[in-house]
Structure formats: C-alpha cells, structure tokens
Design a protein around this ligand. Sequence first.
Ligand SMILES: [Zn+2]
Ligand SMILES: [Zn+2]
Length: 370
Amino acid sequence: MQITTLRRFEFSASRQLSGGRLHGNNFYGWAGIRGPLDSLTGMQINIVDLKQKVHATLERFDHRNLNSQMPGEEPTTLNVARAIFADLQVGLPDPVYLYSLELAEEDENAALVTLDEELEIVRFGFSAAHRTHAPRLSQAENQRLYGICNNPAGHGHNYQVEIAAPHASSVPADLWQYFDHRNLSNDIPELSGRNVVTEAIAALIAMKSPRAARVRVWETPDFFAEYHPGDNSYRLGRRYRFHAAHRLESHELSPQQNQSIFGKCNRSDPHGHTYKALVTVRGELDPLTETAFDLGCLDEVAAGILGELDYTYIDQDIAAFAEMPSTGENIAAYLFERFAGRLPGALREVRLWETPNNQFIASLEGDLFK
Ligand SMILES: [Zn+2]
Ligand SMILES: [Zn+2]
C-alpha cells in the first residue's frame, strides 16, 4: 500500500494563450506528497509545513500574469502545472518527495503531472435521461437489481465527464453535444440494446476520443465510472461520508513534543471532521448486467466499515487507534486494509478528505490515478 498526502491550493492569474485574448482564471489544484509514514507521528509530512511550502511556491503565480512569469513558454494549464511541480519539488524535507500535481481551471479543463505521467484533462457536462435496464436479465431481476432506476419512464442526470489524454486538442470539441439533452437509452445508436449504465457511457466517450488514456464519467457528485481503453478495464468510485471526533496525540512523545508537532489538533478537547471517503474498485464488465462491479455490494461493505466510524470518538472508540494517532494517513491506511479485506482483488484506492483542503490517498503501490 502507498500513501499520498495531498494539499489543496488555489490562485488567480491572467494569461494569454497563442491566438487567444488576454483573460484570467481561478486555478485550483492538489500537490501530492509521498514518502514513508513516520511511525511516531503517523504523518508523512506535517500538513502545516506543506501548506506553507505550497503557499510560498505559489507566490510567483498568484495575482500575476503567467506570460511574464514563464517567459518563452506558453502558459497552458499543463505548462503551468509543470512549472509549479518543478518549483515545489525543491526543498521538501527529506525523505518525502513531490509525486503529483493536479491543476484545474476552476471547474473547467485540468492537467495532471506526476513522476509517472503527464496528461491534459478535458472536462465537460451534459444532461441526459436514461433507464437502467439489462436486456439480458428478466424484468424481475432488473427490478430487484435496479429498483426505481429501472422505471420504464426513465430518469436523468447531470453527467460530468473528465477525459485524460496526452493532448487536449485530440478530444473533439463538440463531443458533449452528442449526449446533451438526449435520452441515452433511446437516442444514441451505439447504446441501443445495451444496459445504459455509466460504464457504457464512459466506454463510448473513449471510442469517440481515440487518444484518451482514460475517461471518467460522474453520474452524480458521489459516483463515477471510468474506462481505461489500454486494458479494456473499468474503475467505479463511490464517495461516502462519516462524522467523527478525534485529537492527535502520540503516546511515544512528550506533551511538549505532541503540542509542537500537532498544534491545535493536540488540544485536550477533541475536535472532529465530516470525513469523505471515495472508494475505487476495478472490474471487468459482467456479460449479463454490463456493469463492472456490484454497487449494492460495495455500499453494503462501506456501510459496515464506515458505520463503525460514524459518530464516534475515533481515538477512544476504535481499537485500531488506541495506540496509533488518528492522522489522515493512518485513517486512510486503516480504511484501505479494511476494504481490501472485504473486496479482495478489486480495491484500488481509498481517497479520504479530512477537510476540503487535506486529502490522503491509500492506493496500491505506484498505482495512483491509474
Ligand atoms: Zn441513473
Ligand atoms: Zn483533525
């Protein structure tokens, strides 16, 4: 298992891209740090130090003109992400290192730079109707599996699409129009006779965007299906939440050391968070249902594991944290082990938001984003 600590950042800048006009953008992103977990503190890097480091790095970009800051280079979002990556890499406390940088133009296009890959991410939305119905199953089985989603009248979603490709320009600019305000079960020839689940939509978008490395389609803010054309595999991600109190303290450290390392998180009064956990599994399409994983099963597993944490004081109520500080890193690792035990071979990662600004990902070794 591999832990990645991510810190959110944002800045605003102006820029002029070739052939375009001077304009401005609000950018936001995530800096991802890797390295060993300190067994005493349960942290990879002190998040306060990371926050300061990120803030200092952004000084050169925030409220500035990106063309002047990056002379001789076109300030595309990918190039800006590369520049921030290069700056942020320098001076991180050994042995942690910068692994990834995600940079988005607010809710529009984005870029991903990691030590393993660089991709541009085209994002768009569309609104469409569909009916969840597996033609190879009986009506009774469809009803049992899909309930009201199988209603013959159909229902609809505001879908959000993220296409990751080496070059954004390889994605057809009008792709969204093919899906927008359609009934996907009736109007799209390629989906005719299929169970029009999110997996099918992601694979069709990939077919229409042949250079895509992967296509993620969010059906709701808390559920996505992702298609990987390279190995014809799927990822499904479901986001859950739980509410828990905690405080950070290591029994191996003195009160003064705890105070200086954990700061306000070490106050004797516990604080707490609305944690969010995005659990991602991998699967191949089941020929009968045309889905890549049984979401009912995933929900059941999640209800069991996260239900144990919901409305608890983690450090006192959860045995695993009696001796181990309840840092985001440790909670993400704990959840990964628990989910892996219940979803053998399928679990890819658990992405935990402790606050909207701090994220911890427990994933298979070297596997992030893939
Ligand atoms: Zn639906
Ligand atoms: Zn906390």
